[in-house]
Ligand binder design. Structure first.
Ligand SMILES: NC(=O)C1=CN([C@@H]2O[C@H](COP(=O)(O)OP(=O)(O)OC[C@H]3O[C@@H](n4cnc5c(N)ncnc54)[C@H](O)[C@@H]3O)[C@@H](O)[C@H]2O)C=CC1
Length: 525
């Protein structure tokens, strides 16, 4: 792999191009340095999805390596937990500063290993350092309570860190997930062992090196590589105090089961099949832009995507025509090129799985208005990549597989509705309670009984401290909401978690309560 020194001297775009990056250094990180694992249970290969090339072959960590990582983390925890919040804040702020400074390089690595366009990867890196800054800001103010007792006595509570926490990540936001898990853990005085997805093992190492450079004690943030077997070793380890997981629902349920045996708290960020509701009074260009973003960012590999697009009947044809027109203009290709808006999917099997969902949708009566086919870019070096054309399905029904199951690819299902009451009921008819979106100009809409009908109606599979609940709104007149930079697309995170004493994750991981995302349209329409 190109050494960090070289990266630091040149802009990333000048030295990294698709088809050239190879990792030759160890991908485990322990005791403040990259190490080869002490033992292993098989090897894995990591790919560059844009070309299908192998960029790294690595050993999955075995029991011995996991034990060493936990021991190191425990030793570092003993020092770190004694630091004041302000001391921890300073280190995290320094790490945030370095991430900001190295943003282009980290984004390029993320793009190479994940396939998302570099334009998007840079946004991910921005939200990563912002997350560190946010939790740095909290570190100094975490305090307990003082309780007056009869007779002049008093009691008090302290916030104590849990100890060694494990973070297990998915492949769609590798660097960002590593930050979102480690920042709150470290801010509150914990140590963390992070296991990335075996598909995207590379960028967590950059974070580990940055933490060390920023002053985190050696061992406080370790990285172990591997798949399910390594993940299980971590979850079952008796000296691990908490597990935070991002990934699929079936794996999340296994993690909960394993952690229950050790009475460990767990935080889960799982899958989604979110509704996006387009009322006929929407600002149409905004709604179209929002629907494209809610389905095609990161090739549709986003947990909180609004993939069930409910459109009010009187604007259905117009909305659909414009969505299709813009979808067909999304530029697919080399994700490291500045004007690419859609890169390859993560790997061959996943591409096949997504294409199969489209085939099944057709079989069940949906109409494919555009896309849904494998795509081979003209550039010869991209011929082995995992590309497909973004797909818009219409004539969808609530009982179709494409409407019920998470596809995790660039496939939008359009459904029509007549009334608000009808759409709210259908939108909530899902076992995935992750996010919801609404496009309407009537901000003061009188929601029936309680506007939370748009929020999860049952225990959210998202878990308690992850995304919370995202309400995506748009088309709101600017003057009604002067605090935001623009009104196109706002994300309102509602943290539903109860604040419990020793649980470090209860604050929303997405940082400040409200974000305004300024994104140029995905389509070059
Ligand atoms: N709610 C959220 O914020 C997010 C949710 N996701 C969800 O993740 C899924 C895609 O990610 P994948 O990596 O394919 O999910 P996955 O569940 O297959 O794997 C996630 C992680 O868990 C590890 N793992 C697998 N089996 C394990 C076991 N038995 N014990 C311990 N660890 C184990 C994997 O190695 C990987 O690091 C999608 O369903 C998506 O919705 C992805 C990103 C964000």
């Amino acid at each position: 792999m190109l050494s960090r020194t070289v990266w630091a001297l040149c802009p990333a775009s000048a030295i990294m191009s698709t088809g050239t990056f190879v990792v030759s250094q160890p991908l485990n990180y322990r005791g403040g340095a990259r190490v080869n694992p002490a033992d292993g249970s098989g090897t894995e290969k990591a790919f560059e999805p844009a070309t299908g090339r192998v960029i790294a072959t690595f050993t999955c960590s075995g029991e011995k390596e996991v034990n060493l990582a936990v021991e190191d983390a425990r030793a570092a925890f003993r020092t770190w937990k004694k630091k004041s919040g302000m001391e921890r804040c300073r280190v995290l702020l320094e790490a945030a500063r370095i991430i900001r400074e190295r943003k282009d390089e980290i984004a390029a690595v993320e793009t190479i290993n994940n396939g998302k366009s570099v334009f998007e990867a840079r946004l991910d890196i921005d939200t990563s350092w912002q997350c560190l800054e946010y939790y740095a800001g909290l570190a100094g103010s975490l305090a307990g309570e003082h309780i007056q007792l009869p007779g002049g006595s008093f009691g008090y509570t302290r916030r104590e860190p849990l100890g060694v926490c494990v973070g297990i990540g998915a492949w769609n936001y590798p660097f960002q997930i590593a930050c979102w898990k480690s920042a709150p853990a470290l801010a509150c005085g914990n140590a963390m062992i992070f296991k990335p997805s075996p598909f995207t093992p590379v960028s967590a190492l950059l974070l580990a090196e940055i933490y060390t450079q920023a002053g985190v004690p050696p061992g406080l943030f370790n990285v172990v590589q591997g798949g399910a077997a390594t993940g299980q070793l971590l979850c079952q380890h008796q000296d691990v105090a908490k597990v935070s997981f991002t990934g699929s629902v079936p794996t999340g349920s296994k993690i909960m089961e394993m952690s229950a045996k050790g009475i460990k708290p767990v935080t889960l960020e799982l899958g989604g099949k979110s509704p996006l509701i387009i009322f006929s009074d929407c600002d149409m260009p905004n709604a179209v832009k929002g629907a494209l973003m809610a389905n095609f960012l990161t090739q549709g590999e986003v947990c909180c995507n609004g993939t069930r697009v409910f459109v009010q009947k009187d604007i259905l044809d117009k909305f659909t025509a414009e969505v299709v027109r813009q979808t067909q203009k999304i530029k697919i290709g080399d994700p490291l090129l500045e004007d690419t808006r859609m890169g390859p999917l993560i790997n061959g099997p996943h591409l096949e799985r997504v294409l199969e969902f489209v085939r099944l949708a057709r079989e069940q009566g949906a109409k494919v208005l555009c896309g849904g086919d494998p795509y081979v870019p003209e550039d010869p070096k991209l011929k082995g990549g995992y590309y497909m054309t973004p797909c818009v399905l219409t004539d969808c029904r609530d009982d179709m597989t494409c409407v019920k199951e998470e596809i995790f690819g660039p496939v939008m299902s359009i459904l029509s509705f007549d009334t608000e009451a009808e759409v709210l009921e259908r939108a909530n008819n899902t076992s995935f309670g992750l996010a919801a979106g609404v496009f309407t100009r009537v901000w003061q809409r009188e929601w029936p009984s309680d506007h939370r009908v748009l929020l999860p109606t049952q225990d959210s599979v998202c878990g308690d401290g992850g995304c919370g609940v995202c309400v995506l709104t748009a088309g709101r007149p600017k003057e009604e909401h002067p605090g935001t930079q623009q009104h196109d697309f706002q994300m309102l995170n509602v943290d539903l978690g109860a604040f419990e004493k020793r649980l470090y994750f209860q604050l929303s991981q997405q940082g400040a309560g409200r974000q305004s995302l300024e994104l140029p349209p995905l389509s070059h329409a």
